[in-house]
Design a protein around this ligand. Structure first.
Ligand code: MN
Length: 252
């Protein structure tokens, strides 16, 4: 099996290296990741400027590694549109520094790697660790990634469906099949003045929280020490609303 590994934290991220190592027992591993941190860039596609690919020497023994000066989904597109000549069987993303749960998945470059891969018709899994500290330990998360991928390969998903995995920090109690919970963001707009007296803006604020009491959600599982496994579909249609709209008296 040939596994393509990418992320949104950038080619230097320790979680990427841990994930690439965890995939080695499955066969051939190729890493294509952004040259810089691209967290919270979502499913961005670069169309207005050139993309450059750089091959890294000595990334990890037995692994070809490349950086791209683009977004996480650009990395997948560059690889799968022909830069990587060998057929890819599976794409994995992460291990992200910080969780990607609830509405986070719409911001997440980590999840977007998997979504972009699904558009290419490939099975894909995104991994995130609920720990943003610079010295976070990715070793147990990497072990989780190895076991989840082994099981995922035995139980393939339908097309356009990916698996989003969030791993708690510290001792892992087990795992739960989950749905997306509801995040509460506490973003705040900071207005400051630059040295020339012109205002600039910074989106800041405290870490997002969310309803950890809603059972069977990703937020609930990780809060309680369980690995959260959420299937995510690229079809964002609110299917239960379609018939409501069909009954509108709209005249066009
Ligand atoms: Mn990230």
């Amino acid at each position: 099996m040939h596994v393509l590994v990418s992320n949104d934290d950038g080619i230097q991220a320790p979680g990427l290296l841990a994930l690439a190592q965890a995939m080695l027992p499955f066969g051939k591993v190729t890493v294509v990741a952004p040259d810089e941190n691209q967290s919270a860039t979502g499913h961005k596609k670069t169309l207005e400027r050139p993309l450059r690919v750089r091959r890294l020497k000595d990334y990890l023994t037995g692994v070809e590694a490349y950086s791209v000066n683009g977004s996480p989904s650009d990395c997948v597109a560059v690889a799968l549109l022909g830069y990587i000549k060998d057929h890819v069987d599976l794409v994995v993303s992460g291990i992200n520094r910080g969780p990607n749960m609830a509405q986070d998945v719409t911001y997440s470059g980590t999840v977007s790697v998997a979504l972009e891969s699904a558009i290419f018709g490939l099975p894909a899994v995104a991994f995130s660790l609920d720990d943003r500290s610079p010295d976070a330990d990715y070793s147990s998360a990497a072990e989780v990634a190895h076991r989840v991928v082994a099981e995922f390969c035995e139980n393939p998903f339908p097309r356009m469906t990916i698996l989003n995995v969030n791993i708690p920090r510290g001792r892992i109690k087990g795992w739960k099949a989950t749905r997306q919970g509801v995040r509460e963001y506490r973003d705040r707009l900071d207005e400051r003045l630059d040295p020339r007296g012109q205002p600039y803006y910074w989106i800041g604020g405290e870490e997002p929280i969310g309803d950890v009491n809603e059972v069977d959600t990703d937020l609930w599982a990780v809060h309680n020490g369980y690995v959260s496994l959420t299937p995510i579909h690229l079809d964002l249609t609110a299917h239960n609303i379609v018939s409501n709209i069909a009954a509108w008296k709209l005249e066009l």
